[in-house]
Structures are given as structure tokens and as C-alpha cells.
Design a protein around this ligand. Structure first.
Ligand SMILES: [Zn+2]
Length: 197
């Protein structure tokens, strides 16, 4: 992995500094991928868009915070990705753009699936997860191939196999062939569990 330059940001709430890490290039060596689109790659760190200020815990979209010109010596902590509880809180409280809502609901989807990634024992969706997945499916655009595939995966995880199959009846681009094949196979098996690729 080749780290890009750090960007210093100013928290608009407490005015303290937050470091935003960037990436020049990364590689997916040793990466593990799942049907819900989540990827765990040791050489490719996750750079959260929404972060919790390490000083005052205020939530902020990192690229919307003002930049502080660095003298090269400033050393500020990074912002961490917020907990699912805080993501829910944000979704309830503020009017958000479609892109932001999609991001938050996707983060919640992945967080909910984390306990299912290693274990093969079925772990049913919670009522909260069902609500989140239905809302996320409504936000996704079936005309966009990647979003269509995500929507199909959501339908599968919700156990709506016919809806998933209808979305999968589509000629996906080569780059999506591994994931679309895996999702189709799990739909045919009537299996709603997130699967590793
Ligand atoms: Zn702050």
C-alpha cells in the first residue's frame, strides 16, 4: 500500500485537528470479499467518509471539514468510523442526501453482516436490519449495474428469492461476473446468508 498525503482537517464543533489519511495506491493482495460487497484487505485500509471527531465525538463527513494548511509537523489523531448506533441516530435526525443515506445504510448493512462472515451457523436478520435493507433497496438504482447487483443481494438476504432472481436476469458486465455468479448460485439454493466469494 502506498499512503497518500495526510490532510489536516478542522472539526467545526471543537476546532481541534483531525488527520484524514489518503491513499495513492493500494492493492487487494490477500483480500477477502463477500456477496454484500464488503471487502477486507490487509493492504488496503478502510478510509471512512463519515468519522467521529477523536476530540469531541461529533460526527462529520471528512471531506466537508475545512482544511488546515499543514506545516508538516502537526500531528493529529484520525477520525474513527462511528458505531451503528450513531449511524441510526444520524439517519433519524437529519435530512440527508441520497448518497449519504445510501452510504449510512450500506455501513449498517455491512456491520450487521460482520458476525455472519466467519460462522456458517444461520443468524437471522433483526427487525432493525430488515427495515434498513428495505430502505437501502429503495435507495438503489436498478439501472446502475453495481447497484442492481447489490439490490439483488439484499433481496436474497431478505429471503425474497423471486425478487432477487428477477434482478439477476440481466447481462452483467464481466467485472461483476464472480459476484453475480455466486449470488445466482445462492439464490438457486434458497440460501439467504451472506457468502464469501
Ligand atoms: Zn471535534
Amino acid at each position: 500500500m502506498l499512503p497518500g498525503p495526510n490532510i489536516l482537517r478542522i472539526c467545526t464543533q471543537c476546532h481541534d485537528l483531525i488527520t484524514q489519511a489518503t491513499l495513492c495506491s493500494g492493492n487487494s493482495f490477500g483480500a477477502r470479499l463477500w456477496t454484500d460487497g464488503f471487502r477486507r484487505a490487509p493492504m488496503l485500509p478502510i478510509l471512512p467518509w463519515l468519522v467521529e471527531c477523536p476530540h469531541c465525538r461529533t460526527l462529520a463527513w471528512i471531506d466537508e471539514l475545512p482544511e488546515k494548511q499543514s506545516d508538516g509537523e502537526a500531528n493529529a489523531p484520525h477520525g474513527e468510523a462511528p458505531s451503528p448506533e450513531r449511524l441510526h441516530e444520524l439517519l433519524r435526525k437529519r435530512p440527508l442526501s441520497r448518497t449519504k443515506k445510501t452510504y449510512l445504510r450500506q455501513q449498517l448493512w455491512w456491520a450487521g453482516n460482520h458476525p455472519r462472515r466467519e460462522d456458517t451457523a444461520p443468524l437471522p436478520l433483526s427487525a432493525e436490519e430488515v427495515v434498513n435493507l428495505e430502505a437501502l433497496a429503495r435507495l438503489l438504482d436498478s439501472e446502475d449495474e453495481e447497484q442492481r447487483l447489490q439490490k439483488a443481494e439484499i433481496m436474497r438476504e431478505l429471503g425474497r428469492f423471486d425478487d432477487a432472481a428477477a434482478l439477476l436476469a440481466f447481462d452483467f458486465d464481466e467485472e461483476f461476473s464472480t459476484v453475480s455468479t455466486r449470488i445466482r448460485e445462492r439464490v438457486a439454493a434458497r440460501d439467504p446468508r451472506v457468502a464469501e466469494l
